[in-house]
Design a protein around this ligand. Structure first.
Ligand SMILES: Cc1cc2nc3c(=O)[nH]c(=O)nc-3n(C[C@H](O)[C@H](O)[C@H](O)COP(=O)(O)O)c2cc1C
Ligand SMILES: CCCCC(=O)C(=O)O
Length: 399
């Protein structure tokens, strides 16, 4: 990454920004524009940031198998998720506080994603109300949920999502509290006072501007898998689990009735030292055995990365930081351009590997792992998995 005083491609500070051609270009532009502590909050990870680095490094180590004279004219990049067609197998991951990147916030992101027929997962910590985001959207919206100690707050969000036309809920299962993010601790990072979690206004969970401290006070650490059924019961919406990295958690999620699993390490922001998501994907895909779709997020930065994730069994991927970087670099039009670049790269990669549709992308699209490279191996053989017992279905609300 270039320093804050150098522009993309080494342009000296003060020169006009060149047109971004890659997602990495958007990151460089964002870094120049954002206050350093906001950049650190977005870009950073937990602990020594080993998992954060691994997410991209494992994608970088993938080697694709090309197809000579592929005979593919216009590939069909679309996929179907929960009965709905996405224009390409990529959506925007739930990311808190889009207003940190640009005052237009989540509605701008939603409009950009909608223009390309791609979904947006709205965060519990969105800086605009979920109703306002729905108003700006024209492609599927899902709502990500954290479960607060006051379950009523979370269940209300689920009902509001249903009433506003959201098509699914995404329960984040890797965050009993936010991880130890050393950059934020060193910077004393707090969300600026004018940016608030709009959907929590007036609730007991509205809390403080310091995400780490707030999560330790407000999130329900006693949550168990029975909450999946509870969310479905109050909203009627399909519920996906986000933050699954192992076969046993995948099995627990499927038994709890999820409609999908998102292989995620929260962008390296939770437990430092866990595998890169592409490494974890084969184990989860093998455990899920096709019962529900598997998505992946973490480190996806090119169209080839999307292809690699699909080759190893993901139905679709989500991008997190690139959305905020593009928003910082160019508002809604920036996000639109970022998504257009990513999907165009993916379409090119489909042609060059000989795939007319996403359905044919399989493991034979990748070269086998080479010794010494951190590449995902073949999925482990199916076998018994240890599943934590799901607690009886009780209402655990405290208020
Ligand atoms: C600034 C920031 C805020 C995030 N906020 C949330 C959130 O509110 N809920 C959630 O489930 N995940 C959140 N995530 C994690 C993302 O959903 C996603 O897992 C991760 O960013 C994917 O990795 P990528 O950024 O490398 O694409 C956040 C990530 C970032 C960078
Ligand atoms: C309490 C805000 C949590 C946002 C989040 O999930 C993240 O920063 O990774």
């Amino acid at each position: 990454m270039t320093s804050a005083t150098r522009g993309p491609a080494g342009a000296a500070f003060g020169e006009p920004d060149p047109e971004p051609l890659t997602l990495d270009d958007f990151a460089r532009l964002a870094r120049r524009r954002l206050p350093p502590e906001v950049w650190d909050f977005i870009a950073g990870g937990a602990g020594r940031e080993r998992t954060l680095a691994a997410n991209e490094a494992v994608f970088d180590a993938v080697r694709l198998r090309p197809r000579a004279l592929p005979g593919v004219d216009e590939p069909d990049t679309s996929v179907e998720l929960l009965g709905v067609r996405w224009a390409a197998p990529v959506g925007i991951a739930p990311v808190a506080y889009h207003e940190l990147a640009h005052p237009d916030g989540e509605p701008a992101t939603a409009a950009a994603a909608g223009a390309l027929g791609l979904p947006l997962v709205v965060s519990t910590f969105a800086s605009r109300t979920l109703e306002e985001v729905a108003h700006a959207a024209s492609a599927p919206l899902w709502l990500q949920l954290y479960c607060f100690r006051d379950h009523g707050t979370t269940l209300d969000l689920a009902r509001r999502a249903r009433d506003s036309g959201y098509q699914a809920l995404v329960l984040t299962v890797d965050t009993p509290f936010t991880g130890r993010r050393l950059r934020d601790l060193r910077n004393g990072f707090a969300v600026p006072a004018h940016i608030t979690p709009a959907n929590l206004a007036g609730s007991a969970a509205a809390g403080s501007a310091t995400p780490g401290a707030h999560s330790r006070l407000a999130f329900d650490r006693g949550l168990d898998w029975s909450f999946v059924a509870r969310l479905h019961a109050v909203s009627g919406l399909p519920v996906l689990a986000k933050g699954v990295l192992t076969a046993s958690d995948a099995e627990a999620a499927v038994r709890a009735g999820v409609a999908g699993v998102v292989v995620s390490n929260h962008g390296g922001r939770q437990l430092d030292g866990v595998p890169a998501t592409l490494e974890a994907l084969p184990e989860v895909v093998a455990a899920v055995r096709g019962r529900v779709p598997v998505l992946l997020d973490g480190g996806v930065r090119t169209g080839a990365d999307i292809l690699a994730a699909l080759a190893l069994g993901a139905r679709a991927v989500l991008v997190g930081r690139p959305a905020l970087y593009a928003l910082a670099a160019g508002g809604g039009p920036g996000v639109r351009r970022m998504l257009a670049l990513l999907t165009a790269e993916f379409a090119d990669t489909m042609v060059l590997t000989g795939h007319p549709t996403t359905g044919t992308i399989g493991p034979d699209t990748l070269s086998p792992p080479r010794p010494g490279l951190p590449l995902p191996g073949p999925p482990p053989p199916p076998g018994p998995t240890t599943v934590p017992r799901t607690a009886p279905h009780t209402d655990r609300s405290h208020g």
